[in-house]
Design a protein around this ligand. Sequence first.
Ligand SMILES: Nc1ncnc2c1ncn2[C@@H]1O[C@H](COP(=O)(O)OP(=O)(O)OP(=O)(O)O)[C@@H](O)[C@H]1O
Ligand SMILES: CC(C)(CO)[C@@H](O)C(=O)[O-]
Ligand code: BAL
Length: 289
Amino acid sequence: MIKKVKERKSMLVKDISEMKSIIRELKKEGRSIGFVPTMGYLHEGHISLIRASKKENDITVVSIFVNPLQFGKNEDLDRYPRDLERDMEICRREGVDYLFYPSYEDMYPEGFSTYVVVEGITEKLCGAFRPGHFKGVTTVVTKLFNIVKPDRAYFGKKDYQQFKVIQKMVRDLNMDVQVIGCPIVREKDGLAMSSRNKYLSENERKAALSISRSLFEAKRLFDQGVDDVNRLKEEIKRIVLAHPEVREIQYVEIVDPETLESKEKAEKGDIIAIAVFVGDTRLIDNIQL
Ligand SMILES: Nc1ncnc2c1ncn2[C@@H]1O[C@H](COP(=O)(O)OP(=O)(O)OP(=O)(O)O)[C@@H](O)[C@H]1O
Ligand SMILES: CC(C)(CO)[C@@H](O)C(=O)[O-]
Ligand code: BAL
């Protein structure tokens, strides 16, 4: 019979050493640990990861940490949406066992100077436009894995490149965790859920819808036999750029699902990945052919 972990007043754990000692106790009791790393401001996308973890593990740990290391100088670190009370309520409702909420000072104490870098697949797509971004992601995820020691970790395929980068890091460094990719959760009208959707004005929200619409249309064309990458990309650009609120398509690429190398002829299983500035808000989305 598995013993219960000591009753705690709250599921919120701020201290790294406390989180580690809880994990040590859980491991001693033989419990499996599912982990959902996030930057908070939780939505249905995050909730789908939590539910997947709850199904497959004895204990589910969610982390909320807006990681400065993965934001560029001119990016939205300061205005990134935060609401711990609301996030705690969602975690409580979803039956999350521990919400790990470390401080910046604890994660990056003075003198911190060790980084984890995955080469190659981090240099394409988002990596080409957000220098240092994936170094920040892989470094913080390694730290979080070392603290939480999960059996399984859940990532959304909305951030498809991030999911593949983490998978590669875990494989390359023999980390003892299974990385699980979960499907993209969309609003009823098709917009991929993202904490950054909060930034959008009403008109920008309408314009943002063209991103998923363009991907669905490209998939429809592909299913009808169009495999010319330029033709598919042109169609996507036409649909998205029809909206004056769209400032820029940063990239649209059709890539191999494993290597993320760009393709000339689209094939079943390839990923169409896109990053778009709607006003000042950078949104990403993708679809698998
Ligand atoms: N719509 C979604 N469907 C499935 N997973 C998602 C979705 N949105 C985010 N996730 C996943 O949730 C995890 C935490 O992501 P994060 O907290 O950055 O949320 P986000 O909504 O992607 O925020 P951002 O606006 O920064 O892109 C990541 O693994 C991410 O892929
Ligand atoms: C994985 C992650 C929590 C690392 O900061 C972040 O990149 C995110 O929320 O996708
Ligand atoms: N979900 C990806 C985190 C980021 O944009 O920094």
